[in-house]
Design a protein around this ligand. Structure first.
Ligand code: PLP
Length: 282
């Protein structure tokens, strides 16, 4: 199922061609996006997603349609979605830099999409992962802003290639490591680990994406008396922990059962507790 809306709020046939062949988003992946979970008509973390879209546009030095246009398109997709048959959707906001050689007018849309049964099953059953090198140092973002670390750009070909590598190695997911062996993030997720009653995640200053789902989980966990820490940790810490999760909007909080062929604790009660905490936000 697909529901497509333009930024003026018009809902159009999802098969409508929207982009010219010379759009920079098509030619160079030169654009940005967000993926938002919508449950029973409520978009989760919409404010943080729109904040991050604006931040990505700033890092890319590209023009972005105003926030009210995105809000209007989100509302249009939600209003047109068949809620009787599908209680959740993944809502994508996409914006490109526009036409090659044009005046910089960005092109964007919002599209609601069915969430795959596989993703929903993994929320409950967990995943296996491999660690893969991402090839950059944790202090690179500050030194090299042109690399667009921490921006959510449309250039996800590397992220998707890493997932194919995971599949070739018989795993579902990837955890990227930096050149010094510290843990960064997944290709489409943040990494969270538990140590006793402390939750830990990697700082965005390492060039990873600041996760809205990780943020929501930590917010609820703090209110429930957990300690939360945002600091770098080595790959080895994944194996010493009381549990590892991948957090992202559509997968929500997915437990990692094994990494690089080594089984983790994968405590079902702890997974249920973290899922309850995350859900308590909504
Ligand atoms: N890191 C990367 C590279 C991502 O692509 C994503 C989301 O797709 C995340 C982290 C998690 O972000 P969020 O929880 O806001 O979906």
């Amino acid at each position: 199922m697909r529901v497509l809306a333009l930024l003026d709020g018009t809902v159009v046939d999802p098969q409508t061609p929207l982009f010219r062949a010379d759009d920079l988003g098509v030619m160079r992946g030169d654009g940005i996006f967000e993926t938002i979970l919508v449950v029973n008509r409520e978009p989760r973390e919409l404010g943080p997603h729109l904040d991050r879209l604006e931040r990505s546009a700033r890092l890319m030095q590209m023009r972005l349609p105003e926030r009210t246009a995105w809000q209007r398109a989100v509302r249009a997709v939600i209003d047109a979605w068949p809620w009787d048959t599908a209680g959740q959707m993944a809502l994508k906001l996409v914006c490109t830099r526009g036409i090659d050689g044009g005046d910089g007018t960005p092109n964007g849309f919002a599209m609601g999409m069915t969430i795959g049964a596989d993703t929903i099953r993994k929320r409950a059953e967990g995943v296996t992962a491999v660690t893969l090198e991402r090839g950059y140092a944790t202090d690179l973002m500050e030194r090299a802003p042109w690399l667009l670390l921490s921006a959510k750009t449309l250039s996800y070909a590397v992220n998707m290639a890493a997932l194919r590598e995971a599949e070739a190695r018989g795993a579902d997911e990837v955890i990227f490591t930096a050149t010094d062996g510290t843990v960064l993030e997944g290709p489409t997720s943040n990494v969270v680990l538990a140590r006793g009653r402390t939750l830990l995640t990697t700082p965005p200053s390492t060039g990873i994406l600041k996760g809205t789902t990780q943020g929501a989980l930590f917010r609820a966990a703090e209110q429930a008396g957990w300690e939360t820490r945002v600091e770098t940790f080595p790959r080895e810490a994944l194996f010493d922990s009381d549990g590892v999760w991948l957090a992202s909007s559509v997968r929500t909080i997915t437990q990692v059962r094994a990494i690089d062929g080594t089984e983790l604790k994968a405590d079902a009660d702890l997974h249920a507790e973290l899922t309850r905490l995350y859900e308590s936000n909504y």
